[in-house]
Write a protein that binds this ligand. Sequence first.
Ligand code: SF4
Ligand code: SF4
Length: 214
Amino acid sequence: MIITVQKPLEEIIESLKQYKKIFVVGCAACATKCQTGGEEAVKKMADDLKKNKKEVTGYKVLDTPCDVRIVKKDLSRLPEVKAADALLIMACGGGVQAVERVIDMPLYPSLNPVFLGTIERIGIYNEFCKICGDCILAETGGICPISRCPKGMLNGPCGGAVEGKCEVDRDNDCVWVLIFEKNKKKNVKEGILKKYMAPKTYSKPVKLNNKEKK
Ligand code: SF4
Ligand code: SF4
């Protein structure tokens, strides 16, 4: 899930200063789970805009605003959108840019996307994957050293761990201790302990067309 945080309200109001009529777009997927762009957050934003002398022509929480097809189907033809001077998008950058592909109007993001997150519980998220493009979790007991070790160590601990704790933050376990323990618990005989992990290139596609592959 894409984790987002709301920009300061003053920044949002400042970015909309030349516009009077605003239509607000929310996201029923990630931003709803983050409580930054669902029904409740969108209604609160509409109220805040009104308090700041804006006219809200309407709002819509799209199932997945990052899907161009959904934007075309559920947003592009709404009269309330056409009546607005600008759109405020409460979604990640993928959502903002999907709307931009379809609707030629001034549009502004209200959120800052911060990371791809694993949900612990609502409000508590961890960045456990940096989307490096070449997953090594099979070797590391399902625990990622790239995202969870502050130094991104690929070949064992850095030497600063003390009693299983990370030298960068003693409140956190050293991820390499977690990996060794996990592999031991699962009785994994092979794996990263016996392999040298070459430096990663971090090269990956920025565009995919699965149809072309068929
Ligand atoms: S190795 Fe880590 S950062 Fe790379 S894809 Fe796997 S979980 Fe994500
Ligand atoms: S102590 Fe462990 S988790 Fe912390 S920086 Fe070193 S290798 Fe990474």
